[in-house]
Design a binder for this molecule. Structure first.
Ligand SMILES: *[C@@H]1O[C@H](CO)[C@@H](O)[C@H](O)[C@H]1NC(C)=O
Length: 373
């Protein structure tokens, strides 16, 4: 701002310096005869100190006697003096440059005050010739402080808030989607369970019967009833199987597609309880390696358990996992259940071989009901 670079303060300092400089030679010359002029109120003219004219005036004519005031006159329009002075003419008022506008007009005692036009600024302590253009904040920034005539715009990145919002939105969407997926999965599971439930209730499985039936035990009334039911059921199933075998020769290979065939599979009774079962575990080494995982899963062994034995050789893995299963199931563990799972996995051949070996080895015998048909 020219108001700064040409400010009255600068002027008055200049005037004072000049006056003092002018006074010095006289001081030396008049030393001892008269004191130096009083700086605030007097000025030196032709070896005498005259009183200064007031602010807003200039000296029309100097005094002729020391300590007197000459004649003073008011500054003309467009000129000013801000302080008491001994000037022969007033100072010209500042004209605001094109990039500035007048904030306050010039008065006899004060220069014009200019300021940068809107959109431009100039720091007061930078005494700039030209006002600088205010910066405008970028797309990802927001205005913290608007530009003023003396300060630039202040901007701040708005990204942090927007990313936080974005993250929140993403999370909400993610939650909705996963909730939807879970809901659908649940629905499917419920429907599947229902269908399975009706399918199971319509047929009796060997699994439902005690593994080690002891006919001699007292109070076997309920058991007898169940056995009767089984016999009846197996009979029915066998008839169906025979019918289907008549119609197609390759029935045993397609056993899984026909669930009923599973149930016609012989039911075995252990000769020596759980010991019989343990002796037959080695026969399961025959189970196709491709079916291992599904086999053990069907036996309700969890994936971690299955994985933890992956490092073992093929046979050891089977032994370990089946022994684990036997421990886990306790009294409910039965060869019939293992065979049923094999049948479920369409591994009828393997199951039949295991039955053969279990019976040949004298560990199991065919249950009367299953043998009968
Ligand atoms: C800046 O000025 C604009 C209009 O001139 C106004 O809407 C806005 O609120 C101001 N911003 C600040 C931070 O003062």
């Amino acid at each position: 701002m020219s108001a700064f670079c040409c400010s009255p303060q600068v002027w008055w300092t200049l005037v004072a310096v000049l006056q003092v400089g002018a006074a010095h030679p006289h001081r030396g010359a008049r030393a001892g005869r008269s004191a130096a002029c009083r700086e605030d109120t007097e000025y030196l003219h032709s070896s005498i100190c005259c009183l200064k004219c007031e602010a807003g005036q200039f000296v029309k004519s100097h005094c002729t006697e020391a300590g007197q005031k000459g004649s003073c006159e008011k500054c003309e329009d467009g000129t000013f003096t801000e302080h008491a002075n001994g000037l022969k003419q007033c100072i010209k008022c500042t004209q605001c440059p094109p990039d500035q506008e007048m904030l306050r007009a010039c008065t006899p005692t004060q220069d014009t005050v200019c300021q940068c036009k809107p959109g431009r600024y100039c720091h007061p302590d930078e005494a700039c010739e030209i006002c600088k253009k205010c910066r405008s904040c970028k797309g990802d920034e927001e205005v913290v402080k608007n530009c003023t005539s003396t300060s630039d715009t202040e901007c701040k990145k708005i990204q942090p808030r927007s990313t936080a919002d974005e993250a929140l939105t993403k999370m909400a969407v993610g939650l909705c989607v996963s909730a939807g997926i879970i809901l659908v999965a649940l629905l499917i599971f419920v429907i599947w369970k229902k269908r399975r439930g009706t399918a199971e209730s319509s047929s009796v499985k060997p699994k439902c019967f005690p593994v080690t039936p002891e006919p001699s035990t007292a109070g076997g009334h309920g058991k007898g009833l169940v056995a009767d039911k089984l016999q009846l059921h197996v009979k029915e199933e066998k008839e169906k199987l025979l019918n289907s075998e008549n119609s197609s020769a390759s029935s045993s290979r397609h056993s899984l597609t026909d669930r009923r065939e599973d149930e016609s599979f012989p039911i075995l009774d252990p000769v020596d309880g759980v010991e019989s079962l343990k002796k037959c575990i080695e026969f399961f080494e025959e189970v196709d390696v491709d079916f291992h995982k599904r086999f053990f899963r069907q036996l309700s062994l969890n994936d971690n358990m299955i994985k933890s034995r992956d490092y073992l050789p093929y046979e050891d893995k089977i032994h370990e996992l089946l022994n684990h299963w036997v421990e886990k199931e306790g009294k409910d563990a039965s060869l019939n259940e293992l065979l049923r799972v094999l049948l479920d996995l369409n591994q009828r051949r393997t199951a039949e071989r295991i039955v053969q070996r279990a019976v040949d080895g004298g560990h199991y015998r065919h249950q009367a009901a299953a043998l009968e048909v």
